[in-house]
Design a protein around this ligand. Sequence first.
Ligand code: ZOZ
Ligand code: NAD
Length: 728
Amino acid sequence: MSALKRMLGPVAVITISNPPVNALSPAVQESLLKVLKEINLDPTVKAIVLGGENGKFSAGADIRTFQTREVRSAASLEDVNSALEKSTKPIVAAIEGVALGGGLELALGCHYRLAHVKAQVALPEVLLGLLPGAGGTQRLPRLIGIPAALEIITTGQYVSAPAALKLGLLDSVVEDNVVQAAVDLAHNVIGQPLEPRRLCMRPLPCPPNVEKLFDEAKVKLKKQFRGAKSHQVCVDAVRAAVELPFAEGILKERELFLTLFSSDQAKARQYAFFAERSVARWTAPSGANWKSASPRPIRTAAVIGLGTMGRGIAVSLARAGIQVIALEQDKKQLEMGSKAVMSIMERETQKKQQLGHALNAPHFGFVKFTLDFNELGNADLVIEAVYENMALKKEIFQRLSKMCKPETFLCTNTSGLNIDEIASVTDRPHLVIGTHFFSPANIMRLLEVVRGYHSSPTTISTVMNLSKVLGKIAVVVGNCPLFVGNRLMGPYVEQAVFLLEDGYTPNEVDQVLEEFGFAMGPFRMSDLAGLDVGWRSRMERGLTGPKLSPGVPACQREGKRYSPLPDILCEKGRLGQKTGQGWYQYERAGGRTAVADPWLQSFLEDYRKAHKIRQNVVRHDEILEWCLYPLINEGFKVLEDGIASGPEDIDVIYTHGYGWPKHMGGPMFYASMVGLPRVLTTLETYYESNRDVPSLKPSALLKKLVTQGSPPLKEWRSQLGHHQSSKL
Ligand code: ZOZ
Ligand code: NAD
């Protein structure tokens, strides 16, 4: 962990060395200051180049040290930047790979910035619940102007080197050896005045109506990142650059940084960052790991069914350069499916080109559309995405088993059917696995990898490797009805519907959850997904249907409270956005703007009267608890059953697949922040008065953790049993 120095003639090259990403730990910062001081005293050095080891400039401050670090040391990175800026010898930043966060701020302290054409720069602090706290909010606007700087600082977006060159963030972009090019530039600028190159001395070009710009940015960000503080505070920090001289702006930036640094939202975001990385290291509670197996390469993949999911899956595969064979059941469906796939690909290509990503434009592999099952024989891997029907899936897997080469992996995109039952009809249960993509599959990054009892380490390893190739975040889960994500959704949606019976409107419930940070409340979400998805699954499980007419007075099924409201809506043809009516009404079938529906209001009133339901209006904060605590409780049950291997797995599934706000970490992290005793006592109270709602019965693991004094989340794993579908 250090800053290394070597001489190339009169140019000193300083290299940041802290593998794997050259994070700026306190030790690196001290080392940089020390080397810089030495160099400035050395009369043989005329110019300096600053770079990073192993093809990466720097990924910024060392996030691992944030929760343990003395806040007092927060200023030290700005001390380094200031020392670079004040240097009397010109300094050129040589950017390879990434310059992120504190890494980019370091480059902004240098007098010149040169980057490799494939390098990326960004200030992603906002996504860690912070702001660029080492001068970034004061220097960047002075370099590229307020509008562009505001966008970069408040969204954390990555900027490619060519785009950064256009913005004026970089002085030059090269295709070959960056360090050599930086040394050449350093040679050329020896003796040139440094004052104009010091960003702290630059006047800030201020557009007219700058206040309006800030106000509009705040409104937009509030909508885009509901409930998240850091985006708003980032705007205030850039505003300080306009209102204050540089030195005072730096003090203001630090003051604002400190308000965020110790916040729960920042802790949640940083937890989410490491949780995302930890799921890739999945280990069965037995200690065994699929990483011991080698993944097999996937060159050709087949997709069966080109409906909502199959289309997106085919595009994801093709975008990664994999040859795709896409199968449909009849000519009409094939035509519709192939058109949809081609149009997604065209849109994606156009979008990338518009964003100036032409250099990295996706390379789409070849997609062959077919009605002939025999064409799948040579695929390395098949993903089935037909209707959610066990008999149909079994029929398909039986056929696949007969005609695919013996080593072909057979995957199903089922949202919750039994993987082992599907595998049981094949000749190769060890090569069968669930690949649960989320809709739209070409956009959503989450992939639940559902391992069956027989899934082999090679199968898991291959699918995990494929997910990386596709740019997805994959989480390995066990096999149980609905797996992890949809299983936790059940109690959440169930409680939301009970709240309607109790006297609330869909809008009131949605609003509370949207204020919490969900992109959509449960009713808006159901309307978008289609109410019939759950309805068909309930019919398949015999929970509703003609024999169980929802008109009957008792809202109970098999001794459990059951609300027939969603079934009634489906029977009336109100399937959500697609039919123009669901929990809300829409301007037309397929419309997107949800408006409260007076019909629904009077229907709910009649329903309550008919079923003699006494209105039970609870406080708004209780709506949150009624919906979230049963979901969290189910999360503990999933851990107890060994279906997820740790709380991080559940949290990644929720933040990436279900719109749980990242600044709330995920359901399990949120529970740890609220306090496990509070979650437990609330559930106990609710269950006491609702014995017919099993999802309110506190999980044994939750009780155990509270009895043990509520250990921190990172210690929960040690309390878990063995993975249910474990054979590893
Ligand atoms: O890892 C990817 C990435 O995006 N990293 C995070 C970049 C980032 O958000 N930087 C901003 C940091 S905050 C900052 O800089 C604050 C600031 O200015 C204020 C200064 C004041 C501080 C005061 C404190 C009191 C990256 C794109 C770099 C690489 O992606 P890959 O997919 O190739 O690899 P990963 O993500 O698996 O990463 C490899 C290993 O490196 C770890 N890591 C990454 N960035 C880190 C970091 N560890 C510490 N600090 C970072 N900035 C990562 O966790 C992984 O390690 P393992 O052990 O988890 O595998
Ligand atoms: P869909 O109804 O939109 O599409 C299914 C497609 O499969 C249709 O185009 C149909 O013609 C085709 N098909 C049916 N039988 C076939 C056969 N024998 N051979 C070839 N093609 C056949 O369904 P969907 O929403 O894409 O769901 C597919 C699977 O993905 C289901 O198991 C579902 O549970 C799961 N899933 C859906 C979502 C979602 O949001 N829609 C999300 C995750 C998982």
